[in-house]
Every structure is written in C-alpha cells, then in structure tokens.
Design a protein around this ligand. Sequence first.
Ligand SMILES: Cc1cc2nc3c(=O)[nH]c(=O)nc-3n(C[C@H](O)[C@H](O)[C@H](O)COP(=O)(O)O)c2cc1C
Ligand SMILES: Nc1ncnc2c1ncn2[C@@H]1O[C@H](COP(=O)(O)OP(=O)(O)O)[C@@H](O)[C@H]1O
Length: 275
Amino acid sequence: MALSKVDAIAIGGFDGMHAGHQKLFNELGKNGAIVVIETGYANLTPGREREHYTHYPILYYSLDDIRHLEGEEFVALLKERFPHLRKIVVGYDFHFGKNRRYSHANLGELFSGEVKVIDQVCIENDSVHSHKIRSKIQIGDLSGANRFLGHNYAIKGTVIKGQGIGKTDLVPTINLECPGYLLPYEGVYAAFVRLDSEEHYHPCVVFVGHRVTTDGSYAVECHVLDENIPSCERASISFVKFLRKNQKFESLESLKKAISDDILNARRELIHLSL
Ligand SMILES: Cc1cc2nc3c(=O)[nH]c(=O)nc-3n(C[C@H](O)[C@H](O)[C@H](O)COP(=O)(O)O)c2cc1C
Ligand SMILES: Nc1ncnc2c1ncn2[C@@H]1O[C@H](COP(=O)(O)OP(=O)(O)O)[C@@H](O)[C@H]1O
C-alpha cells in the first residue's frame, strides 16, 4: 500500500508485538500503518522483526530524533508524513514529546481527527507489557510469555561452529548466535525450529546457557527431533515450554541420559502442536 493512502496509524515502541499491541492494530482498518518509535532497547522483536507479526506497513522513527518535540510539532510531523491521516490509535498509557509531557488526552486536543484510546489489555488479571514479557523470559516462563505475546517467543540467529562433541558423543545440534535478542533463562526448552527459508518448522529441543558440563562456554543449541537435517546457515527458534534448568553433570554419560529424557519430554510437549 502506498504510504500516501495511509489514513490511520498506531503509535508506540511495539517491542514484542504482543496481545496489547494487536488490540491497537485491530482498529486500523484497511489503510492503516504502524509508527514505531525506536528506543534502541527492543530485544523481543528487534528492528524489522516486528514486520512478521502484522500485515500493516511499519514506519520507524528514532526516539532520539523526536524526543525533543513539543506536542504541536509531533502532530505536525505526523500530518506531514501522512497527509490523509484521520485516525490515531494509542494505548491508555501512551506519552510522547519533550519529557514525555503529552498524553493521549493532549493528542486528542492537538489532532483534528479521531484519537482512539485503547483500554488496558490484561491477561490473567495482569496488564500486558513488554517489560513483563522480558521478565517472564528471564525466569524461563516461556508459556507465560507466549500467553502475553499471543504467539510463541521466537529468536533468529546464524549458525556457528560448536565444540564438535555433540555429534560424536551426545546428539547432533545446531549452534546459533542470536545478536539483538533477549535469551531465555539458562536451561532446556521444547521448541520448533525453522531452517534457512524453509516454510515449515521442525519439533526440537533447545539448550540455552553455559555448557557447565563441558567447556563452560555460552551456547544456544538446538537438536531437531527424529530427523537428520541438512546443514544450514540460519535458523529461527520458536519457544514452547521450559523443561528443566541447566545442570552440571559428573560425566558425558549422565548428560547423555539427561538429554534423552529431554528429548522424550519435548516430544510429549510438542506432539499435539504443529507450526
Ligand atoms: C537437550 C540438551 C540439553 C543439554 N543440557 C545441558 C546441561 O544441562 N548442562 C550442560 O552443561 N550442557 C548441556 N547441554 C549442552 C551440551 O553440553 C552440548 O550439547 C555439548 O557440549 C556439545 O556441544 P557441541 O554441539 O558444541 O559439540 C545440552 C544440550 C542439549 C542438546
Ligand atoms: N496492555 C496494553 N493495553 C493497551 N494498550 C497498550 C498495552 N500495552 C501497550 N499499549 C499501547 O501500545 C502502544 C505501544 O506501547 P509500548 O510502550 O511500546 O508497549 P509496552 O508498554 O508493552 O512496552 C502504546 O500506544 C501503548 O499505550
């Protein structure tokens, strides 16, 4: 869609593109667009990853470029960028401009069109916010994070070389480097993985953490269940459930036994799901 046609926008940081954010997008209609104010702290859907969770076009503004603006100046900037703008959608706690001085009420006074304010979106009696999703991910509560997101938490990375003992002594794994993403609490997870530009996801088990049993280095590794997979360059992991904490084992044998239990547990979690 040509941006000149845009007549409705939603404004915010939109890291995570969570259930609260989606409620705003539902108000945009067919000529809508999303305005992301980029703080530099987004680590759930960094950069353009947000685009996977909406069909609306996204425009990015850096917070540093607009934080000094007075309310009138901010609205003028929007009207210049979107000449046909008739509706702005924001949440109940939206603030903008110099020292975050302006609220949705001020926006209503400054903008001549409609300002639609979305009430607090709550799940399990708790308001949904990206900082709460980050906290859940940091304690390993991926099921809770996923409920707040409305989709599985996903990270993307490039494949790097591992220690080389997985394939020979344990199970084969894809080792990943995932810059920009918040990595979950150290442990083992049931997940799905998509390789390169494949369309489908494979059930897998993922280890995130310091390999305290072997070389102590930090790793994000994924073992694809029940399949030999070709080598690949990139992968995205979609987390489903925390299975257990990272542990130091006395021998590779006992780590291997734990990994076979992890595989059984992951299979049990994933069998009814498909992506
Ligand atoms: C399902 C799974 C669970 C794992 N759990 C642990 C663990 O609890 N503690 C640990 O030190 N390493 C754990 N690892 C990591 C292994 O130490 C790692 O796969 C091994 O060091 C081989 O690494 P490589 O693929 O780089 O060769 C786990 C790996 C997988 C696939
Ligand atoms: N739980 C929620 N309910 C309603 N609106 C929300 C909610 N969370 C965020 N918003 C709105 O979505 C937009 C983006 O908010 P942002 O600050 O990026 O989200 P978060 O608070 O999750 O970090 C803002 O207009 C904000 O008011």
